[in-house]
Ligand binder design. Structure first.
Ligand SMILES: [Zn+2]
Length: 510
Protein backbone atom coordinates (compact mmCIF):
# COMPACT_ATOMS: atom_id res chain seq x y z
CA UNK A 1 0.00 0.00 0.00
CA UNK A 2 1.25 3.46 -0.87
CA UNK A 3 2.09 5.43 2.28
CA UNK A 4 -0.09 8.41 3.10
CA UNK A 5 1.57 11.79 2.80
CA UNK A 6 1.89 13.89 5.95
CA UNK A 7 2.45 17.57 5.18
CA UNK A 8 5.19 19.26 7.16
CA UNK A 9 4.22 22.73 8.36
CA UNK A 10 7.29 24.34 9.84
CA UNK A 11 6.76 27.19 12.28
CA UNK A 12 10.38 27.76 13.35
CA UNK A 13 10.12 31.34 12.08
CA UNK A 14 6.88 32.07 13.94
CA UNK A 15 6.24 29.86 17.01
CA UNK A 16 9.94 28.94 17.20
CA UNK A 17 10.92 32.57 17.25
CA UNK A 18 8.57 33.12 20.19
CA UNK A 19 11.07 31.20 22.33
CA UNK A 20 12.44 33.67 24.87
CA UNK A 21 15.69 35.12 23.49
CA UNK A 22 15.43 33.52 20.06
CA UNK A 23 14.72 36.57 17.94
CA UNK A 24 16.23 36.52 14.46
CA UNK A 25 16.66 39.29 11.96
CA UNK A 26 15.16 39.42 8.45
CA UNK A 27 18.18 38.01 6.65
CA UNK A 28 18.62 35.20 9.13
CA UNK A 29 14.96 34.26 8.69
CA UNK A 30 15.33 34.29 4.93
CA UNK A 31 18.36 32.00 5.12
CA UNK A 32 16.38 29.57 7.28
CA UNK A 33 13.42 29.77 4.88
CA UNK A 34 15.68 28.83 1.95
CA UNK A 35 17.01 25.88 3.94
CA UNK A 36 13.45 24.77 4.79
CA UNK A 37 12.47 25.00 1.13
CA UNK A 38 15.56 23.02 0.10
CA UNK A 39 14.73 20.21 2.50
CA UNK A 40 11.17 19.91 1.16
CA UNK A 41 9.03 21.53 3.87
CA UNK A 42 5.48 21.85 2.49
CA UNK A 43 4.36 24.96 4.39
CA UNK A 44 6.58 27.60 5.99
CA UNK A 45 4.86 29.75 8.61
CA UNK A 46 7.04 32.81 8.22
CA UNK A 47 5.63 35.04 10.96
CA UNK A 48 2.73 37.03 12.39
CA UNK A 49 2.55 40.06 10.08
CA UNK A 50 0.36 42.33 12.25
CA UNK A 51 2.66 41.92 15.27
CA UNK A 52 5.30 44.39 14.05
CA UNK A 53 6.47 46.15 10.87
CA UNK A 54 9.65 44.06 11.01
CA UNK A 55 7.69 40.82 11.12
CA UNK A 56 5.49 41.99 8.25
CA UNK A 57 8.54 42.80 6.10
CA UNK A 58 10.16 39.51 6.98
CA UNK A 59 7.08 37.46 5.97
CA UNK A 60 6.87 39.43 2.73
CA UNK A 61 10.54 38.85 1.95
CA UNK A 62 10.15 35.10 2.53
CA UNK A 63 6.92 35.02 0.48
CA UNK A 64 8.71 36.71 -2.42
CA UNK A 65 11.76 34.45 -2.34
CA UNK A 66 10.31 30.98 -1.76
CA UNK A 67 8.98 29.09 -4.76
CA UNK A 68 8.54 25.46 -3.76
CA UNK A 69 6.86 25.76 -0.37
CA UNK A 70 3.61 27.45 0.62
CA UNK A 71 4.30 30.56 2.70
CA UNK A 72 1.90 31.21 5.54
CA UNK A 73 1.16 34.28 7.68
CA UNK A 74 -0.63 34.14 11.05
CA UNK A 75 -3.63 36.32 11.95
CA UNK A 76 -6.05 36.67 14.83
CA UNK A 77 -9.72 36.48 13.84
CA UNK A 78 -9.70 40.23 13.24
CA UNK A 79 -9.96 41.93 9.85
CA UNK A 80 -6.89 44.14 10.23
CA UNK A 81 -4.79 41.06 11.09
CA UNK A 82 -6.12 39.20 8.07
CA UNK A 83 -5.44 42.23 5.86
CA UNK A 84 -1.84 42.38 7.08
CA UNK A 85 -1.34 38.63 6.64
CA UNK A 86 -2.76 38.82 3.13
CA UNK A 87 -0.61 41.81 2.18
CA UNK A 88 2.48 39.97 3.38
CA UNK A 89 1.82 36.63 1.62
CA UNK A 90 0.04 37.77 -1.54
CA UNK A 91 3.35 37.94 -3.44
CA UNK A 92 3.98 34.25 -2.76
CA UNK A 93 3.70 31.67 -5.51
CA UNK A 94 1.57 29.77 -3.02
CA UNK A 95 0.32 31.71 0.01
CA UNK A 96 -1.80 30.80 3.03
CA UNK A 97 -3.54 32.77 5.77
CA UNK A 98 -3.68 31.05 9.16
CA UNK A 99 -6.46 32.42 11.37
CA UNK A 100 -6.64 31.50 15.05
CA UNK A 101 -9.23 32.05 17.75
CA UNK A 102 -9.44 30.45 21.19
CA UNK A 103 -12.35 28.10 21.82
CA UNK A 104 -11.74 26.80 25.35
CA UNK A 105 -13.90 27.82 28.27
CA UNK A 106 -10.92 29.28 30.14
CA UNK A 107 -10.05 31.55 27.21
CA UNK A 108 -13.68 32.50 26.48
CA UNK A 109 -14.38 33.51 30.06
CA UNK A 110 -11.11 35.18 30.97
CA UNK A 111 -9.67 36.47 27.70
CA UNK A 112 -12.70 37.40 25.61
CA UNK A 113 -15.68 37.51 27.99
CA UNK A 114 -17.75 36.22 25.07
CA UNK A 115 -20.29 33.43 24.65
CA UNK A 116 -19.73 30.34 22.51
CA UNK A 117 -22.17 31.64 19.89
CA UNK A 118 -20.30 34.93 19.64
CA UNK A 119 -16.97 33.11 19.23
CA UNK A 120 -18.45 30.82 16.58
CA UNK A 121 -19.71 33.84 14.63
CA UNK A 122 -16.31 35.54 14.87
CA UNK A 123 -14.54 32.43 13.59
CA UNK A 124 -16.87 32.05 10.63
CA UNK A 125 -16.67 35.72 9.77
CA UNK A 126 -12.87 35.68 9.90
CA UNK A 127 -12.55 32.57 7.74
CA UNK A 128 -15.02 33.96 5.17
CA UNK A 129 -13.09 37.22 5.08
CA UNK A 130 -9.73 35.44 4.64
CA UNK A 131 -11.29 33.21 1.98
CA UNK A 132 -12.44 36.26 0.05
CA UNK A 133 -8.77 37.15 -0.31
CA UNK A 134 -6.98 33.83 -0.74
CA UNK A 135 -8.05 30.26 -1.43
CA UNK A 136 -5.69 28.57 1.04
CA UNK A 137 -7.03 29.24 4.57
CA UNK A 138 -6.15 27.46 7.79
CA UNK A 139 -8.15 27.82 10.99
CA UNK A 140 -6.87 27.03 14.49
CA UNK A 141 -9.19 26.91 17.49
CA UNK A 142 -6.55 27.94 20.01
CA UNK A 143 -6.43 25.70 23.11
CA UNK A 144 -8.51 23.15 21.13
CA UNK A 145 -7.35 20.28 23.32
CA UNK A 146 -8.97 21.88 26.39
CA UNK A 147 -12.12 22.99 24.55
CA UNK A 148 -15.52 21.45 25.13
CA UNK A 149 -15.74 18.78 22.44
CA UNK A 150 -19.30 19.49 21.27
CA UNK A 151 -18.43 23.17 20.78
CA UNK A 152 -15.18 22.27 19.02
CA UNK A 153 -17.09 20.07 16.54
CA UNK A 154 -19.53 22.91 15.84
CA UNK A 155 -16.72 25.38 15.23
CA UNK A 156 -14.84 23.01 12.94
CA UNK A 157 -17.91 22.21 10.88
CA UNK A 158 -18.75 25.90 10.53
CA UNK A 159 -15.25 27.07 9.53
CA UNK A 160 -14.90 24.27 6.97
CA UNK A 161 -18.25 25.34 5.55
CA UNK A 162 -16.94 28.92 5.48
CA UNK A 163 -13.96 27.80 3.40
CA UNK A 164 -11.14 26.64 5.69
CA UNK A 165 -9.00 24.11 3.80
CA UNK A 166 -6.96 23.07 6.85
CA UNK A 167 -8.18 22.80 10.43
CA UNK A 168 -5.53 22.68 13.10
CA UNK A 169 -6.14 21.22 16.56
CA UNK A 170 -3.51 22.78 18.80
CA UNK A 171 -2.52 21.43 22.19
CA UNK A 172 -1.53 25.01 22.93
CA UNK A 173 -0.43 24.45 26.52
CA UNK A 174 1.11 20.98 26.12
CA UNK A 175 -1.46 19.37 28.41
CA UNK A 176 -2.68 16.25 26.61
CA UNK A 177 -1.36 12.71 26.77
CA UNK A 178 -0.86 10.79 23.49
CA UNK A 179 -3.89 8.54 24.15
CA UNK A 180 -6.21 11.46 24.80
CA UNK A 181 -4.91 13.58 21.97
CA UNK A 182 -5.13 10.71 19.46
CA UNK A 183 -8.70 10.01 20.66
CA UNK A 184 -9.60 13.66 20.08
CA UNK A 185 -8.63 13.31 16.40
CA UNK A 186 -10.71 10.14 16.04
CA UNK A 187 -13.66 11.88 17.71
CA UNK A 188 -13.33 14.86 15.41
CA UNK A 189 -13.33 12.61 12.37
CA UNK A 190 -16.44 10.82 13.65
CA UNK A 191 -18.38 13.89 14.74
CA UNK A 192 -17.65 16.65 12.24
CA UNK A 193 -19.75 15.76 9.18
CA UNK A 194 -17.72 17.71 6.59
CA UNK A 195 -14.25 16.93 8.04
CA UNK A 196 -13.17 15.18 4.84
CA UNK A 197 -13.22 18.52 3.05
CA UNK A 198 -10.24 19.79 5.06
CA UNK A 199 -6.80 18.57 6.07
CA UNK A 200 -6.62 17.95 9.83
CA UNK A 201 -3.49 19.31 11.43
CA UNK A 202 -1.67 18.80 14.72
CA UNK A 203 0.24 21.44 16.70
CA UNK A 204 1.85 20.34 19.96
CA UNK A 205 3.92 21.86 22.70
CA UNK A 206 6.40 20.06 24.88
CA UNK A 207 5.49 21.23 28.40
CA UNK A 208 5.24 17.64 29.63
CA UNK A 209 7.81 16.32 27.16
CA UNK A 210 5.05 14.79 25.00
CA UNK A 211 5.03 17.16 22.02
CA UNK A 212 6.40 14.65 19.52
CA UNK A 213 4.51 11.67 21.00
CA UNK A 214 1.26 13.65 20.82
CA UNK A 215 1.92 14.71 17.22
CA UNK A 216 2.54 11.11 16.22
CA UNK A 217 -0.60 9.93 18.05
CA UNK A 218 -2.58 12.52 16.07
CA UNK A 219 -1.05 11.30 12.80
CA UNK A 220 -1.97 7.74 13.74
CA UNK A 221 -5.55 8.98 14.18
CA UNK A 222 -5.74 10.77 10.84
CA UNK A 223 -3.89 14.11 11.07
CA UNK A 224 -2.23 14.77 7.72
CA UNK A 225 -0.44 18.02 8.52
CA UNK A 226 1.97 18.38 11.42
CA UNK A 227 3.12 21.71 12.78
CA UNK A 228 6.61 21.62 14.20
CA UNK A 229 9.92 23.46 14.54
CA UNK A 230 13.57 22.68 13.89
CA UNK A 231 15.25 21.47 17.11
CA UNK A 232 11.85 21.79 18.81
CA UNK A 233 12.41 25.46 19.67
CA UNK A 234 9.38 27.51 20.67
CA UNK A 235 7.33 29.07 23.45
CA UNK A 236 8.18 27.80 26.94
CA UNK A 237 9.36 24.16 26.66
CA UNK A 238 9.13 24.43 22.89
CA UNK A 239 7.18 22.87 20.03
CA UNK A 240 7.26 19.33 18.66
CA UNK A 241 10.63 18.79 16.97
CA UNK A 242 10.43 18.40 13.20
CA UNK A 243 13.46 16.13 12.89
CA UNK A 244 12.07 13.69 15.45
CA UNK A 245 8.64 13.48 13.80
CA UNK A 246 10.09 13.08 10.31
CA UNK A 247 12.53 10.38 11.37
CA UNK A 248 9.90 8.54 13.42
CA UNK A 249 7.60 8.44 10.40
CA UNK A 250 10.43 7.24 8.20
CA UNK A 251 11.99 4.72 10.58
CA UNK A 252 8.61 3.35 11.67
CA UNK A 253 6.75 3.56 8.38
CA UNK A 254 5.75 -0.05 9.09
CA UNK A 255 3.70 1.28 12.03
CA UNK A 256 2.50 4.68 10.80
CA UNK A 257 2.12 3.92 7.10
CA UNK A 258 2.96 7.55 6.33
CA UNK A 259 5.77 9.46 4.74
CA UNK A 260 6.76 13.08 4.15
CA UNK A 261 8.34 15.16 1.39
CA UNK A 262 11.40 15.89 3.53
CA UNK A 263 14.89 15.17 2.26
CA UNK A 264 16.17 13.85 5.58
CA UNK A 265 19.81 14.35 4.57
CA UNK A 266 19.29 18.09 5.12
CA UNK A 267 18.25 17.64 8.76
CA UNK A 268 21.63 17.99 10.43
CA UNK A 269 22.55 21.07 8.42
CA UNK A 270 19.34 22.94 9.22
CA UNK A 271 19.62 21.98 12.87
CA UNK A 272 23.08 23.59 12.97
CA UNK A 273 21.80 26.64 11.10
CA UNK A 274 18.87 27.25 13.46
CA UNK A 275 21.10 26.70 16.48
CA UNK A 276 23.57 29.23 15.10
CA UNK A 277 20.92 31.84 14.27
CA UNK A 278 19.12 31.59 17.61
CA UNK A 279 22.12 30.89 19.83
CA UNK A 280 20.26 27.86 21.26
CA UNK A 281 22.74 25.04 21.60
CA UNK A 282 21.54 21.53 20.83
CA UNK A 283 22.04 19.28 23.89
CA UNK A 284 24.40 16.35 23.16
CA UNK A 285 21.74 13.77 24.02
CA UNK A 286 19.06 15.34 21.80
CA UNK A 287 17.40 12.73 19.55
CA UNK A 288 18.45 12.75 15.87
CA UNK A 289 20.65 15.89 15.91
CA UNK A 290 22.50 15.80 19.24
CA UNK A 291 26.27 15.26 19.09
CA UNK A 292 25.92 11.89 20.78
CA UNK A 293 22.86 10.69 18.84
CA UNK A 294 24.95 8.30 16.75
CA UNK A 295 27.92 7.71 19.02
CA UNK A 296 28.43 4.33 20.58
CA UNK A 297 30.44 4.37 23.76
CA UNK A 298 30.10 0.93 25.30
CA UNK A 299 32.53 -1.69 24.03
CA UNK A 300 29.78 -4.22 23.45
CA UNK A 301 27.83 -1.73 21.34
CA UNK A 302 30.90 -0.63 19.37
CA UNK A 303 31.76 -4.22 18.64
CA UNK A 304 28.20 -4.94 17.54
CA UNK A 305 28.02 -1.92 15.24
CA UNK A 306 31.35 -2.82 13.62
CA UNK A 307 30.06 -6.32 12.88
CA UNK A 308 26.59 -5.26 11.76
CA UNK A 309 25.28 -1.69 12.05
CA UNK A 310 21.68 -2.66 12.65
CA UNK A 311 22.61 -4.34 15.95
CA UNK A 312 22.51 -0.96 17.68
CA UNK A 313 21.52 1.54 14.97
CA UNK A 314 17.88 1.97 13.96
CA UNK A 315 18.81 4.67 11.44
CA UNK A 316 22.09 5.72 9.92
CA UNK A 317 23.80 9.01 10.67
CA UNK A 318 24.15 9.52 6.91
CA UNK A 319 20.37 9.42 6.53
CA UNK A 320 20.04 12.66 8.51
CA UNK A 321 23.21 14.19 7.06
CA UNK A 322 25.29 13.83 10.21
CA UNK A 323 28.92 13.88 9.16
CA UNK A 324 30.38 10.51 10.08
CA UNK A 325 33.25 11.00 12.50
CA UNK A 326 35.93 9.22 10.50
CA UNK A 327 39.32 10.60 9.64
CA UNK A 328 39.20 11.89 6.13
CA UNK A 329 41.63 14.76 5.94
CA UNK A 330 44.91 15.68 7.56
CA UNK A 331 47.88 17.96 7.31
CA UNK A 332 48.92 16.68 3.90
CA UNK A 333 45.54 16.80 2.22
CA UNK A 334 45.40 19.08 -0.79
CA UNK A 335 42.92 21.69 -1.90
CA UNK A 336 41.21 19.29 -4.27
CA UNK A 337 40.65 16.59 -1.64
CA UNK A 338 39.36 19.32 0.66
CA UNK A 339 36.89 20.55 -1.95
CA UNK A 340 35.70 17.02 -2.74
CA UNK A 341 35.15 16.28 0.95
CA UNK A 342 33.13 19.46 1.45
CA UNK A 343 31.03 18.59 -1.56
CA UNK A 344 30.32 15.17 -0.10
CA UNK A 345 29.10 16.99 3.02
CA UNK A 346 26.75 19.03 0.86
CA UNK A 347 28.75 22.23 1.08
CA UNK A 348 29.58 24.14 -2.08
CA UNK A 349 31.66 27.26 -1.78
CA UNK A 350 32.56 30.04 -4.14
CA UNK A 351 36.26 30.23 -5.02
CA UNK A 352 37.07 33.02 -2.58
CA UNK A 353 35.21 31.22 0.21
CA UNK A 354 36.97 27.99 -0.63
CA UNK A 355 40.35 29.73 -0.39
CA UNK A 356 39.48 31.11 3.02
CA UNK A 357 38.13 27.77 4.21
CA UNK A 358 41.21 25.94 2.96
CA UNK A 359 43.46 28.41 4.73
CA UNK A 360 41.55 27.82 7.97
CA UNK A 361 41.69 24.07 7.41
CA UNK A 362 45.49 24.17 7.00
CA UNK A 363 45.84 26.14 10.21
CA UNK A 364 43.65 23.63 11.98
CA UNK A 365 45.47 20.63 10.54
CA UNK A 366 48.67 22.05 12.03
CA UNK A 367 47.11 22.14 15.49
CA UNK A 368 45.05 19.00 15.34
CA UNK A 369 46.11 15.53 14.26
CA UNK A 370 42.78 14.45 12.89
CA UNK A 371 40.40 16.76 11.13
CA UNK A 372 36.89 15.33 11.30
CA UNK A 373 33.90 16.18 9.17
CA UNK A 374 32.39 17.98 12.15
CA UNK A 375 35.49 20.20 12.23
CA UNK A 376 35.12 20.99 8.54
CA UNK A 377 31.48 21.93 9.04
CA UNK A 378 32.43 24.20 11.95
CA UNK A 379 35.09 25.93 9.84
CA UNK A 380 32.68 26.48 6.98
CA UNK A 381 29.84 27.77 9.13
CA UNK A 382 31.78 29.80 11.60
CA UNK A 383 34.70 31.16 9.62
CA UNK A 384 33.74 31.35 6.00
CA UNK A 385 30.06 32.09 5.85
CA UNK A 386 30.29 34.92 8.35
CA UNK A 387 29.69 38.30 6.84
CA UNK A 388 32.62 40.14 5.39
CA UNK A 389 34.76 40.98 8.37
CA UNK A 390 35.49 44.61 9.03
CA UNK A 391 37.96 43.67 11.74
CA UNK A 392 40.05 40.53 11.66
CA UNK A 393 41.88 38.93 14.56
CA UNK A 394 45.60 38.86 13.84
CA UNK A 395 47.18 38.00 17.15
CA UNK A 396 46.82 38.04 20.86
CA UNK A 397 49.02 37.31 23.83
CA UNK A 398 47.65 36.31 27.14
CA UNK A 399 49.21 36.58 30.58
CA UNK A 400 46.99 35.11 33.23
CA UNK A 401 47.21 32.99 36.32
CA UNK A 402 45.21 31.95 39.31
CA UNK A 403 46.33 34.78 41.56
CA UNK A 404 46.81 37.69 39.21
CA UNK A 405 44.50 39.72 37.01
CA UNK A 406 44.46 38.55 33.40
CA UNK A 407 46.22 40.80 30.91
CA UNK A 408 45.79 40.42 27.19
CA UNK A 409 47.19 42.18 24.17
CA UNK A 410 45.04 41.94 21.06
CA UNK A 411 46.00 42.86 17.49
CA UNK A 412 43.25 43.41 14.95
CA UNK A 413 43.46 44.29 11.29
CA UNK A 414 41.13 46.41 9.21
CA UNK A 415 41.74 47.58 5.64
CA UNK A 416 45.33 46.42 5.84
CA UNK A 417 46.03 48.43 8.99
CA UNK A 418 46.99 46.67 12.21
CA UNK A 419 46.03 48.05 15.62
CA UNK A 420 47.13 46.61 18.98
CA UNK A 421 45.72 47.35 22.43
CA UNK A 422 46.06 45.69 25.77
CA UNK A 423 43.63 45.38 28.63
CA UNK A 424 43.23 43.72 31.96
CA UNK A 425 40.06 41.96 32.96
CA UNK A 426 38.23 39.41 34.98
CA UNK A 427 39.86 36.41 33.25
CA UNK A 428 41.44 36.24 29.79
CA UNK A 429 38.15 36.28 27.87
CA UNK A 430 36.93 39.42 29.60
CA UNK A 431 40.31 41.12 29.11
CA UNK A 432 40.28 40.15 25.47
CA UNK A 433 36.79 41.61 24.91
CA UNK A 434 37.80 44.86 26.59
CA UNK A 435 40.85 45.14 24.33
CA UNK A 436 38.66 44.49 21.27
CA UNK A 437 36.25 47.23 22.44
CA UNK A 438 39.17 49.67 22.74
CA UNK A 439 40.27 48.97 19.16
CA UNK A 440 36.88 48.89 17.44
CA UNK A 441 35.34 51.71 19.45
CA UNK A 442 32.19 49.61 19.82
CA UNK A 443 31.07 48.85 23.34
CA UNK A 444 29.53 45.42 23.48
CA UNK A 445 27.75 43.95 26.47
CA UNK A 446 28.07 40.18 26.77
CA UNK A 447 24.62 38.73 27.51
CA UNK A 448 25.31 35.07 27.06
CA UNK A 449 28.33 32.85 26.55
CA UNK A 450 28.43 29.10 25.90
CA UNK A 451 31.15 26.69 24.91
CA UNK A 452 30.85 23.24 23.37
CA UNK A 453 33.39 20.88 21.89
CA UNK A 454 32.88 19.98 18.25
CA UNK A 455 34.52 16.55 18.43
CA UNK A 456 36.14 14.35 21.05
CA UNK A 457 39.72 14.34 22.26
CA UNK A 458 42.12 16.76 23.90
CA UNK A 459 42.78 18.63 20.69
CA UNK A 460 39.10 19.03 19.85
CA UNK A 461 37.80 22.28 18.43
CA UNK A 462 36.03 24.39 21.02
CA UNK A 463 33.04 26.24 19.67
CA UNK A 464 31.99 29.40 21.43
CA UNK A 465 28.56 31.00 21.04
CA UNK A 466 28.06 34.53 22.30
CA UNK A 467 25.13 36.86 22.54
CA UNK A 468 26.26 40.47 22.57
CA UNK A 469 24.22 43.60 23.06
CA UNK A 470 25.29 46.79 21.32
CA UNK A 471 23.14 49.95 21.47
CA UNK A 472 20.11 47.97 22.65
CA UNK A 473 20.34 45.46 19.81
CA UNK A 474 21.46 41.92 20.47
CA UNK A 475 23.42 39.74 18.05
CA UNK A 476 24.37 36.10 18.23
CA UNK A 477 27.61 34.80 16.85
CA UNK A 478 29.72 31.69 16.91
CA UNK A 479 33.36 30.72 16.24
CA UNK A 480 35.56 27.68 16.64
CA UNK A 481 39.23 27.12 17.46
CA UNK A 482 41.41 24.61 19.27
CA UNK A 483 42.19 27.45 21.69
CA UNK A 484 39.07 28.49 23.56
CA UNK A 485 40.25 32.06 24.19
CA UNK A 486 40.85 32.46 20.44
CA UNK A 487 37.39 30.99 19.73
CA UNK A 488 35.93 33.39 22.31
CA UNK A 489 37.70 36.36 20.73
CA UNK A 490 36.60 35.41 17.22
CA UNK A 491 32.98 34.83 18.26
CA UNK A 492 32.87 38.25 19.93
CA UNK A 493 34.57 39.91 17.00
CA UNK A 494 32.10 38.27 14.57
CA UNK A 495 29.27 39.78 16.62
CA UNK A 496 30.90 43.23 16.59
CA UNK A 497 31.48 42.93 12.83
CA UNK A 498 27.80 42.10 12.34
CA UNK A 499 26.83 45.25 14.22
CA UNK A 500 29.29 47.37 12.25
CA UNK A 501 27.95 45.93 8.99
CA UNK A 502 24.39 46.93 9.86
CA UNK A 503 25.28 50.39 11.16
CA UNK A 504 27.35 51.95 8.42
CA UNK A 505 28.52 54.95 10.45
CA UNK A 506 30.42 52.58 12.69
CA UNK A 507 32.80 51.66 9.89
CA UNK A 508 36.36 52.12 11.15
CA UNK A 509 38.13 55.35 10.34
CA UNK A 510 40.81 54.53 7.82
ZN1 LIG B 1 2.15 27.02 19.42
Amino acid sequence: MKPDKVLIFDTTLRDGEQAPGASMNKDEKLEIAYALERMGVDIIEAGFPISSPGDFESVRQVAKAIKNSTVCGLARAIRKDIDAAYDAVKVAKSGRIHVFLATSKIHLEHKFKKSQDEILAMAVDAVKYAKSKISNVEFSPEDASRSEKQFLYRVLEAVIKAGATTVNIPDTVGYKTPDEYGQLFSDIRNNVPNINKAVISTHCHDDLGMGVANSLAAIKSGARQVECTVNGIGERAGNAAMEEIVMALQTRSDFYGCDTNINTKEIYKISRLVSKMTGFLVPPNKAIVGANAFRHESGIHQDGVLKEKSTYEIMSPESVGVPVGNLFLGKHSGRHAFKVRLKALGVELKDAELDKAFEEFKKLADQKKQVFDEDLMAIVEDEVKVIKSTWELVDFTNVSGMNKAAKVEVTLKSKGKKVSKSSTGDGPVDACYKAIDKITGVKGELLDYAIQSVTEGQDALGEVTVKVKVDGKSVISRAASTDIVVASAKAYLNAINKVIATVSDRAPKS
